[in-house]
Design a protein around this ligand. Structure first.
Ligand code: GLN
Length: 231
């Protein structure tokens, strides 16, 4: 019953930097996910406390019930469904590879032979990179933060990064020093997660709020604010 959430306070775990979905601006967490969850909470009458933990740390905090919800550009996967319950999907995403803007050697996965690539611990980008490592003969290093991944690519400690394409595209559009060199690999949709079998009321409230946001056009306004009209 979504009404059971009224007046309650829930802890929301999120990634540290995953623009345009979550990032800091003037000391405040902003981005698509942050606007969605704040607006849902307001509509449903519950309060939230946002914790910027990092992606893998947020999932661990959810598993151990230290947070009630994760919203972190988190892809709905069958494997994760064994551990978490997901809201309705709210954004189609997938994986892509980027290299330093001044790198003209790496144009496809084949050019990765003998090289090191970087991905985020516990992410679908990491899973994808590892799945193809043998085939193309590269090594995968995992780190916790997107910002670390991008720095490693720019400093040459990794030749490429596997990350979600809306996030890579947004970074490139902000001149983050990277460029995208491979096609998009569609890889499911984002959902908000609660621990499996817990917080059914909260999940119902999230789904109710989300569908209100979609039907009122507010969802589209939020997406357009961060990604432009065709986001
Ligand atoms: N969408 C990816 C996943 O769910 C990455 C999420 C993230 O890095 N915040 O694994």
């Amino acid at each position: 019953d979504p009404a059971a959430t009224k007046g309650k306070t829930y802890k929301i775990g999120t990634d540290t930097t995953f623009a345009p979905f979550e990032y800091q601006e003037k000391g405040r967490m902003v981005g698509i996910d942050m606007e969605l969850i704040r607006s849902i909470a307001k509509k449903e009458g519950f309060k939230i406390e946002i914790q910027s933990l990092g992606f893998n740390a947020a999932l661990q905090a959810l598993s151990s019930n230290q947070v009630d919800v994760v919203i972190a550009g988190m892809s709905i996967t069958d494997e994760r469904k064994a551990t978490y319950d997901f809201s309705n999907p709210y954004f189609q995403s997938g994986i892509q590879m980027a290299v330093a803007a001044n790198n003209d050697d790496i144009k496809s996965y084949k050019d990765l032979k003998g090289r090191t690539v970087v991905a985020k611990t516990g992410s679908e980008g990491e899973t994808y990179a590892k799945e193809h490592a043998k085939e193309y003969g590269y090594t995968v290093t995992s780190v916790d933060q997107s910002s670390t991944m991008y720095e490693m690519v720019k400093s040459g400690n990794a030749v490429a990064v596997f990350d979600d394409y809306p996030v890579l595209a947004y970074g490139v559009s902000q001149n983050n020093g990277l460029k995208i060199v491979t096609p998009k690999v569609p890889h499911g949709e984002y959902g908000m997660a609660v621990n499996k079998g817990r917080n059914a009321d909260l999940l119902a409230a999230i789904d109710d709020g989300l569908s209100q946001l979609i039907s009122s056009g507010e969802y589209e306004t939020i997406i357009a604010k961060y990604l432009g009209a065709d986001g």
